[in-house]
Write a protein that binds this ligand. Structure first.
Ligand SMILES: Cc1cc2nc3c(=O)[nH]c(=O)nc-3n(C[C@H](O)[C@H](O)[C@H](O)COP(=O)(O)O)c2cc1C
Ligand SMILES: [Fe+2]
Ligand SMILES: [Fe+2]
Length: 394
C-alpha cells in the first residue's frame, strides 16, 4: 500500500505465480494487477480490484487505507477478471458500495456476478464528486474490451487508464517511474501492447485523441509502472505503437527442419549489419510467439526464413502470420528466404498473406532447392542489405 498522490493509494498486487497471462503469454518477470483507493473529503472510491487468487493480500492493503464501511463507490474500468476478480469479496466487506461502470459493462456485471442492484452505468464524461476530489469517466471502447472506460481524477490530474499504457512485469522494485528506471519496463510495455491491445489500434488512436488534450500529471494503469515523472515518454511510446511505427532495426525470424534454410542466416545478417542496422534473431519454432509478436511491433524491417512444408509455409510460420493478422501488425518492410525440394511456393503464399496488412514485400523472394549455393548466399546478403536500406529510407 503506497500513496501515489495525496489521498490516492496503490493497493494492487504482484503476480509471480501465473505462468501464462490469458493462458498464452509468458510472464518471466510476473505481472501486477493495479488497484487504487481514492479518498475524497466526503466520499471514498475503490478503482478496480485484482485477480481472485490475490484477494486476501488486496483486502489487507485496502483495510490499511480505509475501513470497508467507508467505501462509497467501486469503479470498474474494465470487466476482464484480472481486474474484477475480487469484486464479490470486496462487496462482502463493503455491501453499501455502489458499483460504477460503463453502460456496456452493466450486462457483463450481471453475466459475471449476477449483480443488478446498486450498479450504475455511467455516461461519457459523467462526473462523480468525492468532496475535494472528482472522478470523471471517459469511454475507451476496445482498449481492451468493448466495455472499457478510463477514470480521471481532476484534482490530482490522475488518469486511471485501465489496460492502456500498461505492461507486463511485477512491481517489486517500485511502483512508479520515480522509484525505478522505466527503461527496464519498455520492452514489457511493447510486449503487452502488441500481444494484448494492438488488434484495436484504431481505438487506441481514438482514445489518445480524446484523452491527450486533458492535462494529465499521473498515468495509473491497471498493469505495470505508474507514470509520474516521464508521462510524456509513455504517451509518445504509445503514439508510436498505435501508429505502427517500429524502430529502424531488423528482426530475422527463421525456422528450419534440416538446417538448409538455417545456412542462409549469417549472410542475411551480414547484409543488414553492413547497412548499419541492428538485428534481432528469433527461432520461430522455439522462441515464444509472444516475443515474435513483440519484436515485430518493435522492428520496422522483418526478414522471414523458412522451408516449404506440405506445399505451404513451415507450420510455426502459419501461426505467426495468422497472429500478425489477428493482432493487426501493419506496415512492415519484409524479405523472405527459404529452402524447398520439389515445387516450393511457400514464400509466395506467405507474402500474399502479409500484403493484406500493407507489408511491403522486398523482391526477389529467395526460394531455393535443397542446400543454398554460393550464389544464393550472396543474394541473401544483398536481401539483408536491401531490407535494411528501405527501412533506413523511411
Ligand atoms: C514434412 C515435410 C513436408 C515437406 N513439404 C514440402 C512441399 O510441400 N514442397 C516442397 O517443395 N518441399 C517440401 N518439403 C521439403 C523441404 O522443403 C526441404 O527438405 C527443405 O530443404 C527443408 O529445409 P530445411 O532444411 O531448412 O528444413 C517437405 C519436407 C518435410 C520434412
Ligand atoms: Fe484486459
Ligand atoms: Fe488487464
Amino acid at each position: 500500500m503506497k500513496e501515489i498522490s495525496p489521498e490516492i493509494f496503490y493497493v494492487g498486487v504482484d503476480d509471480y505465480e501465473t505462468d501464462l497471462f490469458e493462458s498464452m503469454w509468458p510472464l518471466p518477470e510476473g505481472v501486477s494487477y493495479n488497484a487504487y483507493i481514492v479518498k475524497g473529503k466526503e466520499k471514498v472510491a475503490a478503482i478496480d480490484t485484482v485477480k481472485i487468487p490475490f484477494v486476501e493480500e488486496y483486502l489487507e492493503k485496502v483495510e490499511k487505507v480505509t475501513s470497508f464501511d467507508k467505501i462509497d463507490y467501486i469503479i470498474l474500468n474494465h470487466m476482464e477478471p484480472d481486474h474484477t476478480g475480487s469484486l464479490l469479496k470486496l462487496l462482502e466487506k463493503a455491501p453499501q458500495a455502489k458499483i460504477y461502470c460503463s453502460k456496456k459493462a452493466v450486462a457483463m456485471v450481471k453475466s459475471l456476478f449476477n449483480l443488478e442492484e446498486n450498479v450504475h452505468g455511467v455516461e461519457e464524461a459523467e462526473e462523480l464528486d468525492l468532496g475535494d476530489k472528482k472522478l470523471i469517466f471517459y469511454m475507451d471502447p476496445l482498449v481492451h474490451w468493448p466495455e472499457t472506460m478510463v477514470t480521471y481524477e481532476a484534482e490530482s490530474k490522475t488518469l486511471f487508464s485501465s489496460d492502456a499504457f500498461g505492461s507486463f512485469k511485477g512491481l517489486k522494485e517500485g511502483i512508479t517511474d520515480e522509484e525505478v528506471d522505466y527503461h527496464g519496463y519498455i520492452d514489457e510495455t511493447i510486449r503487452y501492447f502488441s500481444n494484448i491491445v494492438s488488434k484495436y489500434t484504431k481505438y487506441v488512436k481514438k482514445a489518445l485523441d480524446k484523452l491527450l488534450p486533458i492535462e494529465i500529471k499521473i498515468i495509473a494503469p491497471a498493469h505495470g509502472l505508474i507514470w509520474k515523472k516521464d508521462v510524456k515518454h509513455i504517451v509518445s511510446l504509445y503514439q508510436q505503437l498505435a501508429d505502427m511505427q517500429g524502430e529502424k532495426s531488423i528482426l530475422v525470424l527463421w525456422g528450419s527442419m534440416y538446417g538448409n534454410t538455417k545456412l542462409v542466416i549469417d549472410a542475411v545478417v551480414e547484409g543488414i549489419e553492413e547497412a548499419g542496422l541492428k538485428v534481432t534473431i528469433l527461432d520461430v519454432a522455439r522462441d515464444h510467439l509472444s516475443y515474435q509478436i513483440k519484436e515485430t511491433a518493435k522492428n520496422q524491417g522483418i526478414i522471414l526464413g523458412f522451408p516449404t512444408y506440405d506445399g505451404e509455409e513451415f507450420p510455426p510460420v502459419s501461426f505467426y502470420l495468422d497472429m500478425m493478422r489477428r493482432k493487426n501488425i501493419r506496415n512492415r518492410i519484409v524479405g523472405f528466404f527459404g529452402s524447398s525440394l520439389w515445387s516450393g511456393r511457400a514464400l509466395k503464399k506467405a507474402a500474399d498473406k502479409l500484403k493484406t496488412l500493407d507489408w511491403q514485400i522486398v523482391e526477389p523472394l529467395l526460394e531455393f532447392r535443397g542446400k543454398p549455393a554460393k550464389e544464393l548466399l550472396s543474394q541473401a546478403k544483398e536481401l539483408g542489405k536491401q531490407v535494411a536500406q528501405k527501412v533506413k529510407e523511411l
